[in-house]
Design a protein around this ligand. Structure first.
Ligand code: ZN
Length: 239
């Protein structure tokens, strides 16, 4: 009994001392914060959450794939907007080595997916692959880091070998929609390892046009026509 009262107190003292010794700063406004997310509460309020978990009907992300592919379920935690805190988050997890932040955001996604329920039948989380050269330079794949957080909540295994990036395509952000699609086509292949997945979820950091996902889905459906595919992302750029 005594132990159960003292333990939370001990933990909060421990946390306070830790923050005193190692203060953390908001990734967006650089003010000191002890928020676990690495973003102060003021900036967190500015994040544009999609709240797709509260939708009864189709979400804008579901609609993005209408007429393109039959997709099981889709989910994105945030809307991506330029010059808003969400952009800093993406920058941190993509270019600033902030893997703990990616994993933390992954677990936030996982909590929402649990609420939705339709992701419970997913057999494996498939991170959108990046080229081995890019991975070597960056040291990690940000989508895999998101998966690590998701699996804490859902217990779904991560498979990094199902999809392989064979060509090192340059950053796509400045290219037109048509050029982006051409660039990703034929650059993703299926890995050689055997599996018996019925339902997989592709995990991406930011969805803009969905061109990379289109390619992944086409490659997967060609090899495994009956496989069910769901989509999970950290952020979605609303057009
Ligand atoms: Zn802040």
């Amino acid at each position: 009994m005594r132990k159960s009262i003292l333990l939370p107190l001990f933990n909060s003292v421990k946390t306070s001392i830790f923050h005193l010794l190692f203060p953390t700063y908001c990734l967006n406004c650089s003010k000191e914060t002890n928020e676990e997310l690495g973003i102060c509460s003021i900036c967190q309020n500015e994040l544009h959450f999609t709240r797709f978990e509260t939708y009864n009907g189709s979400t804008p992300l579901d609609q993005l794939f209408w007429g393109r592919h039959l997709v099981n379920s889709t989910y994105s935690l945030l809307y991506f907007e330029k010059n808003r805190p969400g952009q800093h988050l993406i920058h941190q997890i993509k270019y600033k080595n902030n893997q703990p932040l990616a994993q933390h955001l992954g677990s936030e996604i996982g909590k929402k997916l649990k609420e939705i329920g339709s992701f419970n039948t997913v057999d494996a989380l498939i991170p959108i692959p990046i080229h081995s050269k890019k991975r070597f330079i960056r040291g990690y794949n940000q989508s895999t880091e998101l998966c690590k957080g998701i699996t804490v909540e859902l217990n779904t295994p991560i498979d990094e070998e199902l999809l392989i990036k064979t060509k090192n395509t340059k950053s796509q952000t400045k290219n037109s929609k048509e050029k982006r699609f051409q660039n990703v086509s034929n650059s993703i292949k299926i890995g050689k390892r055997e599996h018996s997945y019925k339902h997989i979820a592709l995990v991406d950091d930011v969805i803009t046009t969905g061109a990379t996902l289109d390619t992944c889905i086409e490659v997967l459906k060609e090899k495994f026509p009956d496989i069910q595919i769901s989509i999970i992302s950290l952020a979605y750029t609303k057009n």
